[in-house]
Design a protein around this ligand. Structure first.
Ligand SMILES: Cc1cc2nc3c(=O)[nH]c(=O)nc-3n(C[C@H](O)[C@H](O)[C@H](O)COP(=O)(O)OP(=O)(O)OC[C@H]3O[C@@H](n4cnc5c(N)ncnc54)[C@H](O)[C@@H]3O)c2cc1C
Length: 468
């Protein structure tokens, strides 16, 4: 058996437990959640910032490329190695011990490998939470590298909005300490932004300071039927005008997306006798106790008043079944996959353009891809729409790969060029969408990224994405 000098050096420096070598041990790090499958030279699992620095220095000495991996829940294939078998996966899963709360400051210092659920469990007894909320359980470092959005972005913003400071190890093992705990600190370059949403290519996040939020004491949820995209926007406008302080989610599900959920999840009762064009999950939340102010009453009154004005635009409203409504929202992807072949998009356009954009997609599909059905849903409150395209492979007449190759550029062009939107609203950049980054990103932005990368990672060893 040939001995891999780098693997030997990693074992000598960090110990056997920190380095996984066998195919069985490596397997769970080599396949992504939705996309991405490769082969790792080994998986190194440092347990401190110093160990991350040692691992990166050794990888640099051996010229080995490295991909950081958090909880591996990313959706753009950026957390898994390529197929060469020469990349090292650097997993942060053992760097997960520190959760230091400053209660009066309402900030928390965490290790990069701490899971979102682990952080929220630690915050719960203090009546606090980290409000970037989603249907997966990522690590904080991964959330920073992808600038995770989630279902309550409307109220709390994305990770960038809630991040105060970071500690990062650069490609050659240097450590950048920018662990700012201050909410106000205008003293030059705020370097943390370099590491937010940049897929780990500038450095590996080992610690972070987050601002955390008081956890709401009550929530009120309704499912509002709307007969058009315009009706959805009218509802959003009314709710923001009258209830912006307490509006925490505005999630939209088209009939084509919700229908399969209800067909495939028998435990979820049908909310409406007939599904309207859109079902909107509206959530209010507040730290006020319900004795002081009942959000259920507020929501019922507000929606009743809206119904009077909206008339036929809003055929039905159902209240008080929040848990079921959220279940519907979270089961869409898997339900659609059981209906046929699915291609998922994570698009945003200016909010006011969502109905026109959706209509343009319908028109384009009918004309050019009649076998493909649009099953859209998403965070309309933030201009986000997950366009899921579904088709019956037996009727397509062409292999799925061919259809995907034709559909992707059409949809992205429509979003980016015709509607001033984004081809990746919240999932970030990875091999899955690299060529669209290359296509749509300004050349001077790429040049700037190149210069920054030269300083952060002189040998260009980090990550699977190219931002320059
Ligand atoms: C069911 C489901 C629902 C989802 N819903 C949403 C949603 O609503 N909104 C949303 O925004 N996203 C959503 N996502 C996407 C995903 O959860 C996020 O992208 C996630 O935050 C990534 O974190 P992770 O720890 O899993 O990172 P990984 O997937 O392991 O890695 C993602 C990227 O970050 C890099 N990285 C990881 N850790 C570090 C580190 N410590 N330092 C530097 N770089 C690092 C990786 O190299 C890779 O480029 C969803 C995913 C799933 C599976």
């Amino acid at each position: 058996m040939t001995v891999d000098a780098l693997v030997g050096a990693l074992v000598a420096a960090l110990g056997e437990r920190a380095v996984l070598q066998s195919p069985e041990d490596r397997a769970r790090f080599e396949t992504g959640w939705r996309y991405g499958k490769g082969v790792a030279r080994c998986v190194v699992r440092p347990a401190s910032t110093a160990e991350v620095a040692t691992a990166l220095r050794l990888c640099q000495q051996h010229g080995a490329r490295v991909v950081a991996q958090g909880a591996n829940s990313g959706l753009v294939a950026a957390s898994t190695p390529d197929a060469s078998g020469s990349m090292v996966v650097l997993s942060l899963e053992r760097l997960n011990q520190t959760i230091e709360l400053d209660q009066h400051g309402r900030t928390v210092l965490v290790d990069g490998g701490v899971l979102l659920s682990q952080l929220n469990e630690a915050l719960l007894p203090h009546g606090l939470w980290f409000p970037v909320d989603l249907g997966a359980d990522p690590q904080i470092g991964g959330m920073i590298a992808t600038n995770t959005g989630g279902t309550r972005l409307l109220k709390y913003g994305d990770v960038r909005h809630n991040l105060l400071g970071v500690e990062v190890v650069l490609g050659d093992g240097r450590v950048v300490s920018a662990l700012n705990r201050l909410r106000k600190n205008n003293t030059g370059l705020d370097s943390k932004h370099l590491f937010v949403g940049t897929s780990g290519v500038f450095g590996i996040v080992t610690r972070a300071v987050l601002q955390v939020a008081p956890k709401p004491r009550q929530r009120a949820v309704a499912l509002v039927g709307c007969n058009s995209g315009a009706a959805v926007l009218n509802l959003l406008q009314t709710l923001e005008r009258d209830l912006a302080d307490v509006l925490s989610a505005f999630e939209v599900m088209s009939a084509a997306a919700l229908g399969p959920v209800l067909d495939h999840q028998p435990n979820l009762p049908r909310p409406f006798a007939q599904l309207p064009a859109y079902s909107v999950l509206v959530e209010l939340s507040s730290t006020l106790s319900s004795e002081l102010l009942s959000l259920d009453d507020v929501l019922e009154e507000q929606l009743g008043a809206h119904l009077e004005v909206a008339g036929d635009e809003v055929p039905d409203i159902v209240m008080h079944r929040g848990e079921e409504f959220w279940q519907m929202r979270h089961h869409i992807s898997e339900s659609l996959r059981s209906v046929g072949k699915m291609l998922a998009f994570d698009i945003s356009v200016p909010r006011s353009q969502l109905p026109a954009f959706t209509e343009a997609v319908h028109t384009m599909l009918a004309a050019e891809f009649p076998v493909v059905r649009l099953c859209d849903y998403g965070h309309w409150g933030d201009g986000g729409t997950h366009l899921n395209l579904v088709w019956d492979e037996s009727k397509a007449g062409v292999p799925a790969a061919q259809l995907v190759a034709a559909l992707q550029p059409r949809i992205y062009d429509l979003a980016v060029r015709d509607f001033a939107g984004s081809y990746s609203a919240e999932h970030g950049v990875g091999p899955h969408n690299q060529r669209f980054y290359d296509l749509y990103t300004d050349e001077n932005v790429k040049a700037l990224c190149g210069s920054l990368r030269q300083w952060c990672d002189p040998d260009r060893l980090l990550g699977t994405v190219r931002l320059d």
